[in-house]
Design a protein around this ligand. Structure first.
Ligand SMILES: *[C@@H]1O[C@H](CO)[C@@H](O)[C@H](O)[C@H]1NC(C)=O
Ligand SMILES: *[C@@H]1O[C@H](CO)[C@@H](O)[C@H](O)[C@H]1NC(C)=O
Ligand SMILES: *[C@@H]1O[C@H](CO)[C@@H](O)[C@H](O)[C@H]1NC(C)=O
Length: 207
């Protein structure tokens, strides 16, 4: 009797979880990039089936969790479902959307640098089969000829203004660029998604 009611409860939990994993809220970054120079203008928006509960953008920069628009313990300015860094400079950290009931989107890493070059690389996961172009952007404007690295290995034999990848699952990993004149960019992780797996980006802790 007891085991069957536990099994029933578990069954209900599993059903609830599988229903709720479909909520698929994601954090979109505009422009869709992971690396920025200091004082860049960036907006972060919670997108998808937000429901009626409140959503906010959270971050962790290594000294605890902060909320968008929360004054002293916060950052940015929250408007609707967007967090705007117009009066506040972006800072390197992990950012995500959080619903009032505890739902959480996938995390996005943002890296802010005051060095000479950054890597132009999308913040959102890219689909297999699509093309992604990476560039090494100069603080002074324009693109530097650079060597591009993937998981510690040099991609291509010479320095290039850009590289375009027709994305396969095996292209997921850490990228950076290196120039003779301006040094190296920070590293960022390119996430790759298959064609049909986009229902796992939101989990509600229920059981
Ligand atoms: C807030 O967002 C709304 C619509 O999304 C926009 O019309 C408005 O100008 C924004 N307000 C500020 C202060 O940015
Ligand atoms: C964010 O960066 C940290 C540290 O480099 C890394 O461990 C983590 O996997 C990254 N997360 C994403 C979603 O890229
Ligand atoms: C890549 O750089 C070359 C010059 O080196 C340029 O001709 C080409 O248009 C660039 N491709 C993209 C996608 O920006």
């Amino acid at each position: 009797m007891r085991t069957s009611s536990v099994a029933l409860l578990l069954g209900v939990c599993v059903l609830l979880l599988s229903a709720l994993t479909v909520c698929a809220v994601s954090l979109s970054v505009s422009p869709n990039l992971q690396q920025f120079f200091t004082a860049a203008s960036v907006s972060l928006t919670c997108e998808g089936q937000l429901g009626s509960d409140g959503w906010t953008v959270k971050r962790d920069t290594g000294s605890g969790t902060e909320s968008c628009g929360a004054g002293g313990r916060g950052f940015g300015r929250f408007n609707g479902s967007s967090c705007l860094f117009d009066e506040f400079e972006p800072i390197s950290g992990v950012y995500w959307c959080k619903g009032e009931a505890g739902e959480k989107s996938e995390e996005v890493n943002i890296t802010v640098s005051d060095k000479h070059v950054i890597l132009e690389i999308p913040a959102l996961p890219v689909r297999t089969g699509s093309d992604v172009t990476l560039r090494c952007k100069k603080k002074t404007g324009g693109t530097a000829a650079a060597y591009f690295y993937f998981n510690g290995r040099l991609v291509g034999p010479k320095s290039e203004k850009n590289i375009t990848i027709n994305v396969q699952q095996s292209d997921e990993g850490l990228y950076w660029c290196s120039t003779d004149e301006f040094g190296s960019s920070p590293q960022s992780f390119l996430r790759v998604r298959g064609q049909i797996t986009d229902i796992t980006s939101c989990l509600k802790p229920i059981c």
